[in-house]
Design a binder for this molecule. Structure first.
Ligand SMILES: [Zn+2]
Length: 244
């Protein structure tokens, strides 16, 4: 997920807020590369946190590692295919399909500076959701129409919606109001962008998609379960970039 700093507030439909229930998403602003690397993140501590939050994470995630030094990207975390070093690089797109596993890469400075420890949990769960989606282990159908913007907004609205629902359920104790707001803004931005693309051009499809996005907490199937009938796998293999 990209990091955004201060963002324009986006109005979120009342029904979406009500459905999402309780807490956060993540966002991202563009941070200038700091002269001082700032607070450090302990890689093993992140892995332990992910393990506590989602004990089944090894089914979908092969490693959690910092961005390679010199790869400066405006993001908190991103999901990339195993071993990929540049989230924006060609060939970094996550693997997709049953059994697919991918790596989480993260930017130490953007996560550790000015954020709570709870924010790390939210970010880890965001990428976990993406990873399960890529593996076909969610109830979220995948857009496969060759329109990258639709797929991106759809995937991100779902992942942020999942974060918000989890936050509202109290899963990220210590999350600050600003962090929750950041996550909520990201949800609103992707939801609004998707609605702008689809609502008039394909109202039936928008109706189906918006119905799913209103109940993100229901999108996870039991760990390791076969995806529900009708789930289609992502065309992520055709994308060139990572999933933020
Ligand atoms: Zn994301």
């Amino acid at each position: 997920m990209p990091n955004q700093g201060k963002r324009r507030r986006t109005r979120i439909p009342t029904d979406l807020l009500a459905a999402a229930g309780a807490l956060c998403l993540s966002a991202g602003v563009v941070l200038a590369a700091p002269a001082d690397p700032g607070p450090r993140l302990d890689q093993q501590a992140l892995v332990r946190t992910l393990s506590l939050l989602r004990p089944d994470y090894p089914l979908y995630i092969s490693s959690v590692r910092p961005l390679t030094p010199g790869v400066a990207r405006r993001l908190y975390m991103a999901l990339v295919r195993p071993g990929a070093t540049d989230p924006a690089g060609r060939g970094s797109a996550p693997n997709a399909g049953p059994g697919a596993r991918n790596d989480i890469v993260y930017d130490e400075a953007s996560i550790a500076t000015g954020h709570s420890v709870a924010w790390r949990s939210l970010l880890l769960e965001h990428e976990y959701f993406h990873a399960r989606h890529m593996a076909g282990a969610t109830l979220l159908p995948v857009v496969r129409d060759g329109v990258p913007e639709i797929e991106r907004h759809y995937n991100e609205a779902a992942a942020w919606g999942f974060n918000v629902a989890e936050a509202r359920a109290g899963r990220y104790p210590g999350l600050s109001p600003d962090e929750f707001r950041e996550a909520l803004d990201r949800l609103g931005e992707h939801y609004a962008a998707l609605r702008a693309i689809l609502k008039d051009s394909d109202p039936a499809r928008w109706s189906r998609i918006s119905e799913l996005l209103l109940r993100p907490e229901t999108l996870l199937t039991p760990a390791g379960a076969t995806p529900s009938e009708g789930v289609r796998l992502s065309a992520a293999s055709h994308r060139e970039r990572s999933t933020p």
